[in-house]
Design a protein around this ligand. Sequence first.
Ligand SMILES: NC(=O)C1=CN([C@@H]2O[C@H](COP(=O)(O)OP(=O)(O)OC[C@H]3O[C@@H](n4cnc5c(N)ncnc54)[C@H](OP(=O)(O)O)[C@@H]3O)[C@@H](O)[C@H]2O)C=CC1
Ligand SMILES: CC(C)(CO)C(=O)C(=O)O
Length: 313
Amino acid sequence: MRFVVLGAGGIGCYYAARLLAAGHQALLVARGEHLTALQQQGLTLKHPQFSFNEAVAATDVIGLMRDYSASDFDWLLLAAKSSATEPLMLQLADWLNANPELLILSLQNGVDNEAHIASVVGQERTVGGLAVKIGAHIIAPGNVEATGVAQVDFGAWPNQQQNPTLQSRLMALAEVFTHAQIPNTVYDNVSYALWRKLVINNAVNPLTALTLLNTRELTQHSVFTHTVKTMMQETGRAANAEGVHLTEADIEEMYQLICGFDAIKTSMLVDRLKGRTMEIDDICGPVIRGCIKAGKPATTTELIAALLRNAVQ
Ligand SMILES: NC(=O)C1=CN([C@@H]2O[C@H](COP(=O)(O)OP(=O)(O)OC[C@H]3O[C@@H](n4cnc5c(N)ncnc54)[C@H](OP(=O)(O)O)[C@@H]3O)[C@@H](O)[C@H]2O)C=CC1
Ligand SMILES: CC(C)(CO)C(=O)C(=O)O
């Protein structure tokens, strides 16, 4: 299968390496020193169960539009930060719409990426998705370190019932992922999967970025572990206000999952340490808005988001 990975950083390079190692095509779209390293030295990726060190095809967005046509690819995997989704989609709109067969799968955190994608290419080409149980970061240009079982959960956006035509393409992708050692689940209701993952991200990403603790230190901390739980419950309240049914059992499952997961630096903590823009609006924003809609504000999420913004001013 032919993939283009748009925003090939930690997450994008991990999945691209898995697909390349399984014999598929993947063009990496990146920029800056990381792109230069990919072009000149190839991609080096280390994971406890997998390593990759090979030349790769890599370009930037301008090179993608100039040298390739959308019909050169079957799938576009979007792995840039959520704040880049809307500008990237708008920049690529004409290019993307020259081939209606090209489907777009978001691997990003947050629950708003798919609406931005659909507003440019249409719902019938929009696949919601998530990188689950993975930590993956650029440690030097062209070098990525990853950990975790690194699953992908995905499905027709906003759900199979409202977007029924994609089923055979989704099944074919699931088969390719499985063959490439990427565990995966296809959801009938991917909006549920997106919000369930947001339960973890809203609870641990801003708090780890604020405290500089890893996920294990955070969830084992006598005070912060309660804050994690509260922010998870606020995410559940927001989801329900947005029409996505999350139960107490979902919250508990997400809490146990992150407590038992590897001790990792979240992507937001890594962004803070690198002095990069953090996904605060994309992760906390939907929770704050949803809880206002529910009539009971997300006071803890609001506080942690405000403290974090204040800390990096
Ligand atoms: N990292 C992790 O462990 C996890 C991350 N996620 C989610 O996955 C998504 C990706 O995260 P992550 O892999 O950490 O992000 P990274 O910043 O490592 O990767 C994104 C890459 O896209 C590049 N990029 C952004 N805009 C452009 C552009 N216009 N043209 C070319 N390249 C561009 C960035 O370059 P530049 O650096 O110059 O901006 C960067 O190299 C996020 O939504 C994150 O929340 C989910 C699970 C775990
Ligand atoms: C918390 C974690 C690692 C879960 O996969 C994540 O999504 C992130 O770091 O952004």
